[in-house]
Ligand binder design. Sequence first.
Ligand SMILES: [Zn+2]
Length: 310
Amino acid sequence: MNLAFIGHHLCEDHKPGNHHPECPERLHAIADRLISSGMEVLVTHYDAPEVTLEQLWRVHDPAYVDLIFNSAPKVAGELSWIDGDTAMSLGTLPAALRAAGASILGVDLVMSDKHHAAFCCVRPPGHHAERRRSMGFCFFNNVAVGTAHALAAHGLRRIAIIDFDVHHGNGTQDIFEGDERVLFCSSFQHPFYPGHGWETDAPNIVNLPLPKLTDGPTYRAAVEKHWLPRIDAFAPELIMISAGFDGHAEDDMAHFNLHTADFGWITRELHDLAARHCHQRVVSCLEGGYHLNALGRCVSTHVDELIGHA
Ligand SMILES: [Zn+2]
């Protein structure tokens, strides 16, 4: 069974300013690499639908959703700044609605057994978006929207969200902290951006703060010790991934020394857990990753491992 590759051309129209690292070229780099690596023939493309208000309200305060809608610029070339590094252009709202809708479709496709896995190749990313606050290039929390949909519309009772972006998934933690239907595992450079929202006693949150210069062997050992047994014991009915590749050694957004093979390794571990517990069901959403060449290589490897070879 091949992989559902979900995107939308409107995701290229989110333009948060010249020289902004979260740029449309990220999607082009991924598309180019999938073709050159031969992965393109192993995926089925889908257009992401627009998320509905009801689907957004499961994870975001309605007043916050209104704020984002009302902040959208009305003319081309105008930018509306939501925080110091998060800006809306004319194309941002349509892109954000498709980015969140992608995870809805991904969940529906894997729960209906049309595909065992889905990759949402979308932007803007989502994992910094809290219930009532936009930040860190994010507006709507895409992985949270998909997770809430799987809980509400498909009746799932145990979903694991794994966030291996180099930044803590503060938004996802804010939304699901204390919700025992969701096990949230986030690894991140610490201390580092966003710097708040990670301390917690909630038993459903398994944070993995790691120092700068963390390399592959150190990262793998930490994941093997702190995450894999917890996810195995949780026995998820679905695995969601916040797939950020900005921990790559070539990515200067942060200071981890991970390599493409490390992202392949963790994807394979998650695929194996999904094979053991939930018919290989994985829905992965693109988060960070700003070195274009490294991003293309990492996503190609990630998709290859999500397809699996069992
Ligand atoms: Zn990041």
